[in-house]
Design a binder for this molecule. Sequence first.
Ligand SMILES: *Cc1c(COP(=O)(O)O)cnc(C)c1O
Length: 358
Amino acid sequence: MAKKNPLIRPLVHALHAYVPGEQPKIKGLIKLNTNENPYPPSPKVLRAVKAAVDGRLRLYPNPTAEKLRAKLAKLHGSKPENIIVGNGSDEVLALATRAFVEPNAVIQYFTPSYSLYPVLADIHGAKKNAVKLNADFSLPSVAELKRGKKWNFHAALTFVTTPNAPSGRGYKTGELEKLCRAQKGVVVLDEAYVDFANENGLKLALKFPHVLVARTFSKAYSLCFQRVGYFIGHAEIIAALDKIRDSYNVNGLGQIAAEATLDDLKFYRANFKKIITTRDSLSRELTKLGFRVLPSQTNFILAKPPLFPAKEWLQKLRDQKILVRWFSAPEVSDYLRITIGTPAEAAALVRAVREIVR
Ligand SMILES: *Cc1c(COP(=O)(O)O)cnc(C)c1O
C-alpha cells in the first residue's frame, strides 16, 4: 500500500469514492449501463442552449437559478422558496448531509439503493445505518422496521430511493407517508426515476416540514450532461441548504436548458410513454429467453439471467458490444441492470441474448 500522505485527512485517505458507470469510447457500442435517456433533448432545448453560447459566457449565471425556480414552483404548485437547485441532484444530496448531519450522527438508507449515500456519509464522517429492503425489494412497513430493531427512527438524515434503484421497484405514496411520519430527522425521497412511475411523493414534501423530494433533469429529461437537479421542501430547510451552497452552483447553460425543458414538457411525456412501452416489451422478450425480470417503474430493469452467472453475462454482452451494469453487492449480484434504450437497441439486446443462450 502507498505510504500515507500526512497532508491528506485520514478520513479522505480511507475513503472508497463513488464509482460512476463507465462512459466508454468504443465505436458502435450500445450503452445501457447508466440509465441515460436514449432520446435527445427537445429541439427547443438544443436551440435555447445554442443561442446562449456567445459573449455572455464571460458573465456569472444567476446565483439562485431564479427563473428556473419560479418555473419549477409553478409546475409543482409550490413557491420558489420551496425549491433549491443544484449541480445535479447529487449536489443537493451532498448539501443535505452538510446541513442536517452533525459529524458522528446517523445517515440512514435501505440496501440496495443508490450507492452514493454511503459515500456521502463517509465523506462527512457520519455513521451509516444501512437496512435491508425486503427480499423482493419492497419497503418494510413501519411495524416491521420497529420489530427489526436495526432501523433508526431518530436518524439525522434518511435517504429513500423511490422508485428504488437498482431494483426498479415502485413504492406507494401511502407507505412512504407512514415512514415519513415515523421519522424524527430529515427524510429525502430521491425521485430520480419518478417520471416513469405510477406515483410520487411530492405532496409529502409540501406537507411535512422534515421531508425533501429530490428530482433531476438527468434521466427523464435527457440532460445528464448539463447537471441540474433540485429539492422541493419546506421553506425553512430549503433556506438552510441555500446558506451553505456555493454561490454559483448551477451553471448558466444548465439553467437555460432546464428552463427550456419545462417549456416543452409535452415532448418529454411522449418520450416517457415510448420508454415505458419498450420497457414492457423488452421485459416480456427477456422473460421468454429465461430471464427473471423484476417489475419496473423506472427507465431500467433488474433481471436475473439464466445459464451463467450475471458477471459472466456482463462480459458476454460486452463482447457483442452491449454494455449493461452489474453490481457486486450480494443482494443484487445475481442480476443485471439494463437501461431501457430505443426499440432498436432493445432488439439488438434480444438478438445478442439469443446468440448467447444458444
Ligand atoms: C442518477 C441518480 C441521481 C443523480 O442524478 P444527477 O441529477 O445526475 O446528479 C440521484 N439519485 C439516483 C437514485 C440516481 O439514480
